[in-house]
Design a protein around this ligand. Sequence first.
Ligand SMILES: Cc1cc2nc3c(=O)[nH]c(=O)nc-3n(C[C@H](O)[C@H](O)[C@H](O)COP(=O)(O)OP(=O)(O)OC[C@H]3O[C@@H](n4cnc5c(N)ncnc54)[C@H](O)[C@@H]3O)c2cc1C
Length: 293
Amino acid sequence: MKASAFSYTRASSVVDALELLARHGDQAKVLSGGQSLMPALNLRLSAPELLVDIGAIAELRGVAVENGVLRIGALTRHVDVLRSAEIAKHAPLLTDAIAHVAHPAIRNRGTFGGSLAHADPASELPACVLALDAVLLVRSKNGERRIRAVEFFTGIYETLLSPEELLIAVEIPVAKPNAVHFFHEYSRRKGDYAIVGLAASAIRDGDVLENLRLGYFAVGDKPMLATASEHLTGRPVTASMLADAQTALDAELDPQEDQQASAGMRRYLARQLMARCVSTLLDRQDLATRALV
Ligand SMILES: Cc1cc2nc3c(=O)[nH]c(=O)nc-3n(C[C@H](O)[C@H](O)[C@H](O)COP(=O)(O)OP(=O)(O)OC[C@H]3O[C@@H](n4cnc5c(N)ncnc54)[C@H](O)[C@@H]3O)c2cc1C
C-alpha cells in the first residue's frame, strides 16, 4: 500500500515548526526520523494533509549536562544515544536499553523524541524515562510545559502532546554515585519489539534499595511504573519481601494477549524479571530465581 497524498514542508527552526503546527492543527504531523511514521502512513493508519519535517533543526539535537541534569534533545538519534559518553556516564540505563531498540539501520535514523512521542507500549525508551524519573519539555506557540514522564504516556500510541506541540528535549537527573540500574527484555529475536521488558533504577546501600523505580514495558497499553517496588525498599531485601513484591506486581498488571504471548506468560515473565532485577541490583544470586511459578 502507499501513503495517501500529503504535502511536505521542512521547518527551518523550532519557531517555524510551531508556527506551522499552530496553523494546521491536527491536519499536520511532525516528521522526525520517520521510522514509525512512514510505515504508519504507508499502512494508512495515519493520513495527515501536511508533514512538518523537523529533521534539520539543529537546536533539537544533542546531549548536554548542566546543574546535575542530563538534557537530551528530542532529535538526538538512537545511534548518538548509544555512542554518547555523557549518557553512558550519567544515565547508563539508556546506553544498555538503546542497544535493544530495533537494528542499526533504524537506530541511524530513529530519534529519542520520536520514540517517546510515538509511545508504543512495547518500546524500550518510554519505560526508561519512567525509571529515570525524567521530565519532558514540550513547547507550542503559546509557551512551554514540563511534563513528568510518569504522566506523559496515556495509552497505546497516546501521550499528553497536543497536535500543536513539539517535544523539545528530555531532562534526566544525573545518576548518583551509589545508583544502580537494570535493563532486560524478552523478545523473539534481537531487535524485535519486546514480549515483556523491565528498565529499573535505584539507590543501593549494602543490601538495601531506595528510590527503586521499576519501568515495565509490553505489559499493558502504556509503560508502567510498578508500585510493587514499595515492598523492596527501606530494609535489607529478603526472599519473602521479593515474593510479596511479585504478588503485588501480579495484582497491578493487566497484560494483553497477542500473537507473541498469552497474558499469563507475560505475567510470569514480569515476575521473573523482577527477581532478576533485584538479584542484579543487589548482586545476590540467591534471589535470581525466586518464585518462578
Ligand atoms: C523494523 C523496525 C523495528 C523497530 N523496532 C523497535 C524496537 O525494537 N523498539 C523501539 O522502541 N522502536 C522500534 N522501532 C521504532 C523506532 O525506534 C523509531 O525510530 C521510533 O519509534 C520513532 O522515532 P522516529 O524519530 O523515527 O519518529 P517518527 O517516525 O518520525 O515519528 C513517530 C511519531 O512521533 C511524532 N513525533 C516525532 N518526533 C516528535 C517531536 N519531537 N515532537 C512531537 N511529535 C513527534 C510523529 O509525528 C509521529 O507521530 C522500530 C522501527 C522499525 C521500522
